[in-house]
Write a protein that binds this ligand. Structure first.
Ligand code: SF4
Length: 917
């Protein structure tokens, strides 16, 4: 068995500190990272000043990357049926069980569910193995949840899944429209670039279209707080307005587009007066007219959209409605112009390039693309073996899991993703996988819930160990480099699949010894029979990179595809000549008939549910929760509510609440937010059972999908809210080492686990159905170390207790409402202190009292870079700091990555309102 583990550039073995360039593994901006390596460890990171995406910037998540690389909590060894085993045995078992499934139930009974976290080389091998050699079309990816609607619309309109814009366009535009995108939180470095561009160009305008007032509104010249799901109506109205006011680009339409009449007719089926559109979108008609006027009076317009558009049962049409307006106005293929879909994941684009979606074949060819099946068969030489390529598309994510439930799919290999958290109707997905005869999971983390239902677990490498390429939202391919040794027996995904392929008899077709070999094959396939002057040409073409030597691959600088003989240095912007890869060579406007969410509101579930990200967390928190400073921004799962909704439901700020939907429930802490529209609630998508008891947002969502793209309707749930009935609340903090094996009080009505620097904090709430807990007895039974001191206030049902041992604090418990909690940061710091002389009586008293006269509680962290809390900022504002700059000068908040500046402004506004009142 060959052993291809991490692949390192030579410099990383040096003992002296050195710098290495790699790419951030989080969002679709794809920032370049300069990592400092010391003795095989990454000790610091900074923005890569030479990377075109970020030009030296990093957001708070990226700048905490080195804090997330501890080996604790990693998967270290292969497991089969719960028992640790050797790689040889695990790989033999995977091969044997997949073969048995195919023999008994047919090729289509096996499936792969992949991830935008995989590198392009991993994706390529997975696609080739499953489609080409296992003969199943059922290969889909969690990118289905993120940007499938944008892909479907691009393909429909342009004939290719090709993002026409680049990041420079955001800086060159005169008008930037952010729709369904909280860029400030979800793509923070792009937001910073846009903000800087606006400050340099006083003529630039920014419009934000979003049901919520998000931090992105901080730079908006115009905000349209539209009703959820009314986006297509808004853009159809714009198309009609362009027609009515003679603002279409007839020359562009005549030369480069088709379908205007049908698209316009569909838009005009509804009343297209401004008042009618404004009423349907629930916005002010004058603001609507201003937006329409601005869009039609500027040539250099970028409309940037993300999950707020895509995650809808009519997401493809919403994207198309935007594209229609850009085509009708000729606002595409120019600097500073175009419909720009920004992806959520670091390599969603790379997965699309290799064909990692169920409806794709390979290298931007679909099953119905003329000659594609023959071409791919020839290239992979899969036709000479049995079986051959499937001849039609496979099942998209939600449908795939339904097929597993029906028993049509009997074996699924899940790589680098956690569908029991991220798919809609998540509880059902967990039940489906638990009943599936064969579940193989490759992952790097040991706390992913999907492992609970896995038969075979394969430890994979993670960021800083993996070696390959990723493609960001502007088609830029960057190297993610293997810089550190993987822990335990973790292996690269491509290597794992290659070893399985060899065991299945496909050794010749999977003779890879390095990701460079895989990349070269991928690049060759992209250029196969791909002549830009011939019919059926494909935009995705990186044949110019097919003959890179291994050293050239290792040193590959970021480059935007297409990269071929015509564009050896890459291509910043597409369709500049108005030529599209459609049969007619023209772009297509399509009729769009707006329709509302499938998840209807009713008397029981009367609130519209919106789900999304928070600034400092990534996906299911397996990595970002390892950085204590990232946990301090939003420490617990929460529910944002409009003040009037809160009042109507008898809910106070910071009270524990429960949301119920037809599929499940969600528990979290209420945040009264004026940024919410009335009748709508927002919950974060990150929390899972590793961090809280019932806080999986996707458990609330019914599995409605867009009929074209298959993307779930994750922004439009239907829920009810009520105060959570519970007993007393408690806070428990336990030193990190002792917390590893501790599972405190999982029978509570509510629990949230919050990793800190030196301790792990649990927020708990007793179940009201159970007898009031005897906390002292519970301490005896559950917590490690001696009960050193305690104080009880029976009248108020309060208790404080702590354990001190060998001059250190073991744990600290407070039973009582959380608003009496002392500064968690002060307590956490105490856990980090050790004294051979023991803890002094004075400190013991303060620990027991839960109070230090010298320690301030700075409140929830607003600035994660400098750990500046809300209360400290509010105190500074009251003390005369009335600008972001003044706050930065005093407290340093907002002076590093800048992600918190909108929140600083919001606090300034709040304090101003407070004074006015
Ligand atoms: S903006 Fe995205 S890619 Fe850049 S550092 Fe932040 S999370 Fe990473």
């Amino acid at each position: 068995m060959s052993d291809a583990r991490a692949v390192h550039p030579p410099s990383v073995h040096n003992a002296a500190p050195c710098q290495a360039a790699t790419t951030c593994p989080y969002c679709g901006v794809g920032c370049g990272v300069s990592a400092t390596l010391e003795q095989g460890r990454i000790t610091a990171v900074a923005g890569d000043t030479t990377h075109p995406a970020n030009q030296g910037r990093l957001c708070v998540k990226g700048s905490a990357l080195h804090e997330t690389l501890e080996h604790s909590g990693r998967l270290l060894h292969p497991r089969v049926d719960g028992a640790i085993t050797s790689w040889d045995d695990a790989l033999d078992q995977v091969a044997a069980r997949l073969s048995a499934t195919r023999s008994t139930h047919g090729n289509h009974a096996v499936a792969a569910y992949l991830s935008g976290q995989l590198l392009t080389e991993d994706y390529y091998v997975a696609n080739k193995l499953f489609k080409g050699f296992l003969g199943t079309p059922h290969v889909d990816t969690n990118s289905r949840l993120c940007m499938a609607s944008a892909v479907a619309a691009y393909k429909r309109a342009f004939g290719a899944d090709a993002v026409p814009c680049c990041y420079d366009d955001l800086e060159e535009a005169e008008l930037v429209v952010l729709v369904g995108s909280n860029l400030a939180w979800n793509h923070p470095v792009l937001y910073q670039r846009l903000k800087t561009a606006r400050s340099r160009n006083p003529l630039m305008r920014i419009v934000v279209i979003d049901p919520r007032v998000t931090d992105s509104c901080d730079i908006a010249d115009l905000y349209l707080g539209i009703a959820p799901g009314s986006d297509a109506r808004l853009f159809n109205g714009l198309l009609a307005f362009m027609h009515r006011t003679g603002r279409m680009d007839q020359i562009y339409l005549d030369r480069h587009a088709e379908g205007l009449e049908e698209a316009l007719a569909a838009a005009c089926e509804a009343d297209v007066t401004l008042d009618a559109i404004a009423a349907d979108c629930d916005i002010d008609p004058e603001r609507l007219e201003t937006f329409y006027y601005w869009f039609t009076s500027q040539l250099h317009v970028v409309t940037l959209y993300s999950q707020g558009i895509n995650q809808s049962s009519s997401g493809t049409d919403k994207c198309q409605a935007i594209i229609n307006c850009h085509l009708a106005g000729g606002r595409i293929g120019l600097p500073g112009a175009g419909p720009f879909s920004i992806t959520g994941q670091p390599n969603a684009m790379g997965g699309r390039e290799v064909g990692g979606l169920a409806n794709q074949l390979a290298a931007h060819m679909d099953y119905h693309t003329p000659q594609a099946l023959e071409r791919v068969t020839r290239f992979w030489q899969t036709g000479t073996l049995v079986p051959t390529l499937p001849d039609g598309p496979g099942l998209k994510a939600v449908a795939l899991f339904e097929a597993i439930e029906r028993g049509e799919v009997q074996a699924v290999w899940i790589m680098a993703t956690n569908p029991v958290v991220s798919l809609p109707d998540a509880d059902r997905v967990k039940r489906i996988l638990a009943a599936c005869p064969l579940v193989i999971v490759s992952d790097c983390m040991a706390n992913a819930e999907v492992l609970d239902v896995a038969d075979i677990i394969l430890p994979a490498t993670g960021w800083s160990e993996k070696d390959g390429t990723v493609t960001n939202s502007e088609r830029c391919i960057s190297r993610q480099r293997g810089l550190t040794e993987p822990p335990g027996e973790a292996r690269h995904d491509w290597w794992i699949m290659t070893e399985v392929a060899r065991r299945l008899g496909f050794a010749q077709a999977f003779d890879y010894d390095h990701p460079a070999t895989i990349f070269a094959e991928h690049a060759r396939l992209s250029g196969l029979d791909n002549d830009p002057d011939a019919a059926g040409w494909r935009v995705f073409d990186i044949s110019g990179l097919a003959s890179l030597t291994r050293d050239e691959y290792d040193a590959l600088a970021p480059i935007q595809w297409p990269v071929n003989a015509r564009a050896p240095a890459g291509t910043a912007r597409l369709f500049t000549d108005g030529h599209f890869p459609t049969p007619s060579g023209r772009a297509r406007l399509m009729p769009v008939r707006p329709c509302g969410p499938q998840q209807a509101l009713n008397a029981t579930y009367a609130l519209r549910l919106n789900t999304g990200r928070v600034r400092d967390q990534w996906h299911t928190m397996t990595r970002t929760a390892r950085s204590a400073r990232l946990m301090n921004h939003r420490a617990e799962p929460f529910v944002d509510l409009h003040p009037q909704d809160a009042e109507a439901h008898g809910i106070k700020d910071r009270q524990l609440v429960e949301l119920t939907g037809i599929c499940g429930r969600f528990r979290g802490r209420a945040r009264i937010a004026r940024a919410q529209r009335r009748g709508e609630v927002f919950v974060p998508m990150h929390w899972n059972e590793a961090f809280s008891g019932r806080a999986r947002a996707n458990a609330l969502l019914a599995p409605y999908v867009d009929p074209i793209s298959g993307q779930p309707e994750s922004k439009h749930g239907a829920v009810n809210v009520r105060p959570l009935t519970h007993g007393r609340e408690a806070t428990l903090m336990v030193t990190t080492e002792l917390a590893e094996d501790l599972q405190p009080v999982r029978d509570c009505a509510y629990w949230a686990r919050i990793p800190m620097c030196h301790a792990v904090r649990w927020q708990l709430a007793e179940d009201s159905d159970m007898a009031e807990r005897d906390w002292l007895a519970w301490i005896e039974d559950t917590l490690p170390g001696p009960l050193s001191q305690w104080s009880v206030d029976d009248a108020r049902g309060r208790l404080r207790a702590s354990s001190l041992q060998d001059g250190r604090l073991n744990w600290w418990l407070m039973v009582g409402p959380p608003d009496t909690l002392p500064s968690p940061l002060w307590l956490d710091a105490l856990f980090g202190e050790a004294s051979s002389e023991g803890i002094s009586m004075a400190v013991r008293r303060r620990i027991l009292a839960g109070h230090d006269s010298d320690a301030r509680d700075d409140g929830p962290i607003i600035c994660s870079c400098h750990q500046v809390g809300q209360y400290a900022i509010q105190a500074a504002i009251r003390d005369g700091d009335h600008s972001v700059e003044a706050l930065g000068a005093r407290l340093a908040c907002g002076t590093q990555c800048g992600s918190c500046q909108p929140e600083l402004k919001a606090l300034l506004e709040e304090e101003r309102d407070h004074v006015r009142l």
